[in-house]
Design a protein around this ligand. Structure first.
Ligand code: HEM
Ligand SMILES: [Cu+2]
Length: 567
């Protein structure tokens, strides 16, 4: 639809008014949200197929792939998931966050094309060269392992393309502010996306610093960069990009809990400060990847991972509290006041966007947070380094946390942006549960096998002959969890693609409702805004969390002490 009188966007902007939210949607932004989101989902599927093959290989009894293909597919999986799926989807989120919530138009269509073009060419290049067997170096591509130059060039193109997209985001925000598209401070979703974008710039600059000399070395133009230097700078890219993911995920938590339950952040200033903590401290926390490296000293390691890191962790704990607390307050104000947890049972668990958000908060917060802080402790790291405990940790953060939150977002973005209602809505209601349970099992399998010493990135464990039935049992749990998670992922992709092709068209009507908790008689909107004890349930959950953390943390110190018995 061309711009019309009831379009809220600036005059002359091609746009439409959303039939569900009443917000203005810029058609340029809409096109690039579509392109980037669909590309992301395609890479998710590719990475998912690889995931299934890996899980069926690490399940030692099945041991599917031959050795060379195991490392090839491991490389392929890491790149397609952690880089391509996540980055394409994040660019879509950025374009959304800087336009619709602000009633603004996308700064430039040309810039968006350049960004998308660079990213897609780079992505195809990387995937091709990996499958051609020319880049069996895994996603970290540590020197002196060497891949075909196109591998590095592809990654550089993806990174530059993303930077160009981030520039479009900043320019859109600037123009929106200058032209008065919105008044007051920007909504928390946009603020979270802004924090993500700032960290992304710093991250991608690290990427350039490390990848360009590696590329020129692969071309034979320059000498080999120092491997220890490579690791230091690479993790400025590798770890910080995880904080981009966390910021984007948290922004999605705020958005979806607001859309579904009407939650607001319980304290805007604190929530925003928490995002700033991410920006300030996350780069230092990258040091946790170098905890066994000989090149850097113990003081440096302990300072960065035990002091600086906790300031970033503090930020996650703030969000992990304020999101459920905001939901609890909104529910109590709607009249769900029974007991401590009466509001929990009344939540819309059958709304897939909500269940995805809730599962993401719990899986990321409980499992990811507790394991992350423990593994990142300098002393404990020595008994966990390079075991399967490490992928056991990050599959509950980037997969059970970020990827699941992004899936939840799709349950609103697809109907609102593509203007089609989801097909097979009953299946969609189950999808987040299937994926969430699968990934949790996968992570438990990895973590417990890892505790028994099974290493990550390892094609075969039987040759050593040191692992008993218990380790094999946990690898079986990894395999079964992997199959369930893959089925959850496949369901998601099929539902999205099926909806784009066959979903009922939405024209000038609201999207089909996924279900929100109705306000009961006696509801009092806004009544609890200043009542600090209204979050009883969330406080109890927080105490449970702290108790779990304490037990896990001390159990790990005990395990460390057991390594070296003192008589
Ligand atoms: C169906 C879901 C998934 C399953 C079953 C799965 C399974 C696996 C398995 C079995 C490994 C190999 C572990 C090892 O032997 O060291 C692995 C590695 C990895 N996965 Fe996943 N995964 C899934 C989804 C994801 C997603 C969504 C992401 C990122 C957003 C991701 C990121 C990674 C990374 C970064 C590695 C490490 C690669 C390396 O060591 O170079 N995975 N995954
Ligand atoms: Cu890290």
């Amino acid at each position: 639809m061309a711009s019309s009188s009831h379009n809220l966007l600036a005059p002359g902007t091609p746009g439409r008014t959303c039939g569900t939210t009443g917000l203005g949607v810029c058609l340029d932004a809409q096109r690039f949200i579509k392109l980037n989101a669909v590309s992301g989902i395609v890479f998710l599927l590719l990475g998912g197929i690889a995931a299934l093959l890996l899980a069926l290989t690490r399940w030692q009894t099945v041991h599917l792939l031959p050795v060379d293909w195991f490392y090839r597919i491991l490389t392929f999986h890491g790149i397609n998931m952690l880089i391509l799926w996540i980055l394409f989807f994040e660019v879509a989120i950025l374009y959304f966050a800087c336009t619709t919530p602000l009633n603004a138009r996308l700064y430039s269509r040309k810039v968006a094309w350049v960004s998308f073009g660079l990213m897609i060419v780079g992505a195809v290049m990387v995937d091709y060269i990996i499958l051609a067997g020319q880049a069996d170096v895994m996603m970290t591509s540590y020197l002196p392992l060497l891949a075909h130059p196109l591998f590095y060039l592809g990654i550089i193109l993806v990174a530059v393309g993303t930077l160009v997209g981030v520039f479009n985001f900043f320019a859109t925000l600037y123009v929106a502010k200058r032209d008065g598209a919105y008044t007051g401070s920007m909504p928390i979703v946009t603020f979270g996306a802004l924090a993500a974008a700032i960290i992304a710039v710093v991250t991608l600059l690290h990427g350039a610093v490390v990848m360009i000399p590696t590329f020129t070395y692969a071309m034979g133009w320059t000498a080999q960069p120092d491997p220890a230097w490579y690791r230091l700078i690479w993790w400025g890219l590798g770890h910080q990009s995880q904080q981009v993911n966390v910021c984007a995920m948290v922004a999605v938590w705020y958005l979806l809990s607001h859309i579904v339950v009407g939650a607001r952040p319980i304290n805007e200033a604190v929530c925003r400060t928490a995002f700033v903590l991410y920006i300030l401290f996350i780069n230092l926390a990258s040091a946790h990847h170098l905890l066994v490296d000989p090149g850097v000293g113990a003081t440096w390691k302990i300072w960065n991972t035990s002091y600086a890191m906790y300031l970033a962790v503090l930020a996650s704990m703030v969000h992990g509290f304020t999101v459920p607390a905001g939901v609890e307050i909104a529910m109590r104000e709607k009249g769900y006041t029974a007991g401590i947890f009466g509001w929990v049972t009344a939540l819309p668990w059958r709304n897939p966007a909500f269940s995805a958000t809730a599962l993401s908060v719990v899986i990321f917060g409980f499992l990811g947070g507790i394991t992350g802080v423990t593994l990142g402790t300098q002393q404990i790291n020595i008994i966990a380094h390079n075991t399967l405990r490490i992928p056991g940790h990050f599959h509950v953060t980037v997969v059970g946390g970020t990827s699941l939150a992004f899936m939840g977002l799709a349950y609103y973005v697809v109907p609102l942006i593509f203007q089609r209602d989801f097909i097979f809505r009953g299946v969609a209601r189950l999808q987040p549960w299937l994926f969430g349970i699968g990934i949790t099992l996968l992570s438990f399998g990895m973590s417990f096998a890892g505790s028994m010493g099974v290493s990550r990135r390892s094609w075969d464990i039987d040759a050593q002959g040191v692992y008993g039935p218990a380790a094999h049992l946990w690898l079986g749990v990894l395999g079964i969890g992997g199959i369930l998670a893959f089925l959850g992922l496949l369901t998601f992709v099929l539902l999205c693609v099926g909806t784009l092709l066959f979903g009922a068209k939405i024209e000038n009507r609201p999207m089909a409702d996924w279900g929100t908790p109705p306000a009961l008689a006696g509801s009092q909107p806004g009544s609890l805004a200043h009542d600090h004890y209204a979050t009883k349930g969330t406080i109890v959950l927080t105490l449970v969390f702290l108790a779990c953390f304490a037990v896990y943390y001390f159990a790990n110190w005990k395990a460390l002490a057991d390594v070296w018995p003192v008589r």
